[in-house]
Design a binder for this molecule. Sequence first.
Ligand code: SF4
Length: 351
Amino acid sequence: MQLKERNKYIRIKDFLREHGYPNFRMKQILHAIFKERIGKFHQMNVLPKTLREKLVEEFGETILDVVPLMDQHSEQVTKVLFGITGDDKIETVNMKYKAGWESFCISSQCGCHFGCKFCATGDIGLKRNLTSDEITDQVLYFHLKGHAIDSISFMGMGEALANVQVFDALNVLTNPEFFALSPRRLSISTIGVIPGIKKMTQNYPQVNLTFSLHSPFNEQRSKLMPINERYPLIDVMDTLDEHIRMTSRKVYIAYIMLPGINDSVDHAKEIVNLLRGRYKGGKLFHVNIIRYNPTISSPMRFEEVNENQVVNFYKELKSAGISVTIRSQFGIDIDAACGQLYGNYQKNNIQ
Ligand code: SF4
C-alpha cells in the first residue's frame, strides 16, 4: 500500500506545471472545488477537455480520497463511515445545532495505540496514521454536499498530536486558497503529547486546544491513560500553562465522568488544586464535564452515569471559581466520541 506523502493540492499544482499548463488552471480547479463545490474533474467545464481527461487519468474521477460507505442520521447528528486506502475505515460526525451552526468531528488516525481504558478506538489498536488528504477529505466530502463548515474538532478516531500529517491538514484547512477557515474554528484534542502541544503553541497559537484530563491524580491517570507514564500530568499542565501564557488563548479540559472511578468530590477538589495555582489563577482553563456513554465497547466497562454525581461535581468546581460546563448530549457527545461508531461497525462486521 503506497500512501501519498504530499497533499493532493500540491500534487495537482506540480502536475500542471510539469505538463506546461499556466498558473490560472490551478486557480480554476480550486475555484471549482471550493466555490462551486464540484468534486469530479470531468464536471469542471471551465477546463479544456484534454486537461480534464488527464486529471482523471492521474488522480481518479473524484477529488476525494475517502469513500463514503454508510451514514447514520439522528435528529441533529450524521455519522459517516469512510473507506480509506488499504481497506480500512474511519468515521466522521456532523452535528447541526439549532441556531444553524454546523460542527464536524474528524478522525486523525485509523485506530489508536494509546490504549485509554474507556475508549473503543484504543481497543482496536493503531492501524495507521491518516494522510493529510484523508483528514481534510472528511471535511471536503461535506463541503461538496453543500454543508457550511463552521467548526472542526479533531476528536474522532485517534490522537491528533501523534500524527504529523495533522499539521499539514491544519495548513490546508486554514489556507485562504483552499478551505480558508479561521484557525479559531478548529480544535485539536490531545491526551497530553507534550512535543505536539509545544508545536501548537509555536505554529498554531490560534487553534483551540483541548486536553483530555479524566483524572487529576497522577497514579490513577496512568492506570486509565498509559500515556501519563510518558508525559506525566504535572508536566503536561506546565506545558499548557506555557501555551496560555504565550497565546493568551483558553485551554479546554475534557473530563469524562466514569462512575465510581473519577466522579467523586475529592476528584473535583483535586482539579481545583491543579488549576488554581496556574497563570492568572487558572482562569483561562475551562472544564467540560462529559457524561460517559455506557453503550460503547471500551476495554473497561463502567456503570450508567449518576446525574446527582455529575451535578455535585459541577457545583464543586463552580463554587471554587473554575469555569466549567456540563456538555449536553444528543446522538453521541462529540467530545466523548472516540471510536464509538467504528467499534459498532466492527462488531456488525460491515464491509
Ligand atoms: Fe486513543 Fe483518544 Fe482513545 Fe486514548 S481516548 S485510546 S488517545 S483515541
